[in-house]
Design a protein around this ligand. Sequence first.
Ligand SMILES: *[C@@H]1O[C@H](CO)[C@@H](O)[C@H](O)[C@H]1NC(C)=O
Length: 186
Amino acid sequence: MARSSNLVVSTATALLLLLSTYSCRAATSSSKNPTAVVLPVRKDGATLQYLTGFRQRTPQTPVTAVLDLGGATLWVDCDPGSYASSSYAHVPCASKPCRLARTGTAACATSCVGAPSPGCLNDTCSGFPENTVTRVATGGNLITDVLSVPTTFRPMPGPLATAPAFLFACGAKFLTEGVFSTMHCI
Ligand SMILES: *[C@@H]1O[C@H](CO)[C@@H](O)[C@H](O)[C@H]1NC(C)=O
């Protein structure tokens, strides 16, 4: 399977976000509601990093993720060429998700000159994605996009549960250095 993206996930944060996002969706969905979702985890023998995966964006793209218990933010490489989606959206500075996600002195990106893209948006909440392998960190937009993971419905793996607007931080290609997929992609 092609690995088109790299990201680092904080299990604590990401799993809590996943669960809360899905319970929100379950409350409004009239069909079979997922009660639990699964993030399959495997260990890469070469890097000793723990890997998981999910589907994200439109069109839906398989994403391989590095799980890091020491990380604080789910982030992906949003550089042009790495991230393509028609369903991403900015997180407005004055929104509740922005207030909840921002820590300490996180700034807000009020304007960007150029064509709109995940990395160039007006009135967008800022995050601080960090590569916890190399300890390199950078500022980046917080955005939302469609994200899907398998449910526990049987037979396993169950059908995908989808969060239409899952929040994460935009990192950049340079930030993925030292992370599993950059070492192993073509
Ligand atoms: C941000 O707003 C300014 C002023 O309206 C506009 O010129 C610019 O193109 C916008 N940037 C994006 C990325 O939409």
